[in-house]
Design a protein around this ligand. Sequence first.
Ligand SMILES: [Mn+2]
Length: 417
Amino acid sequence: MDNSFHISNRKSLYCSLAEGSMLLSFAGNAPRMSSDTYYHFHTNRNFLYLTGITESQGFILLVKKAEGKTEEIIFALPKDEMAERWNGKRHSFAEISEISGISDVRPLSDFEDIFHKAAISGEFSALALDLYQYKPGEPELEPQRFARHTAKQYPQLRVTDYQSQLRTLRTIKKPCEIDAMKEAMKATRAGILAMMKATKPGIYEYELLAEFFYACTKMGVLIPSSQPIIAAGKNNFCIHYYGYTGKARADDMILIDSGAYWDNQWNDVSRAWPASGKFNERQRLLYQCAYNTSQYMFDLIKPGMPMADVDRTIRRHCCEQLKVLGLVDSYEEAGKLMWHGGAHHVGYDVHDAVDTERDSEKPISPGMVFCVDIGIYCEEWGIGFRLEDNCLVTEDGCINLSADIPRSIEDIEEVFS
Ligand SMILES: [Mn+2]
């Protein structure tokens, strides 16, 4: 994305930052897998949103002084010929400056001194950090470590969490983000269609995984997905199943929950189809409940509706149909078959800018992109699946960004004919 996107993101953030504040955002490090092997590095999304830099270990210091004067510095790994011989080229400081639109780029080693001088200058009373990702009991993350260090060394700085400001910004997508999601959707579609076309009774889940990766990678999507969920039969009853070892029987439903990634944006799409290519009666009855509900939601969603209403309406609409089938007696029993919520934002993260209870009653606005996700898990019938699409909110309604990926019973069966 063009640096004007990241410049405008920082500008918006400054508006919500109090004078006399500093803000630090860390790119992060890839965790060690074993010995000298590391997991694939996935840059901290807030850092990426603010800078466009995908390299590890850097961080950005933003300050807002009295009278709204702002300054910004990126600290990054300097060039290192030997390290680059092994692990690939690092950006030069000029390149970092070009990507981010920040002119002041310095080596990591400069940070301690600059931060110390600012912290004791008397100009600042608060330090904002990205603290939301930490869950008690998990290993401490960089922002938590820095919060502890600040509280001890610089008690005059009140440590705050800037996640809610960033969340507000990130939930409204700019045109370049929507373009990237649409581009990603071409690969998502190709990957899902490849899996549908390869499906036959007796196929293993890992064979479908290979089809998905092959189709996406061939299109230049080198991170084809956050870990794809590909399940058959009883494995569909594990919502986040990553086994890939199951074998589909003719009567099984296949469930996939996946999405490609393009220019830092994710898709998150779920589809389900019968391993035989033809829905049997019970599969048809249940699938039609989810499909009708999804169609109903895409007709209904528009700006002004509270976000939590998406979830509530999905539940009510789907539950009414499950009642007709005799699978539940009342709305209170919906949870027997509907095991998860029906809406979450998607963008820089697959579960983007996590909704808190406070956010969920806020009205939907144009530029939001969230999943409309209808899951039905009927253990009694041995059928579990979900239908999940990506919904872009427009000025007067919404658009289904994943509408081209077969979703009606007729369109799915057509793929197999
Ligand atoms: Mn999903």
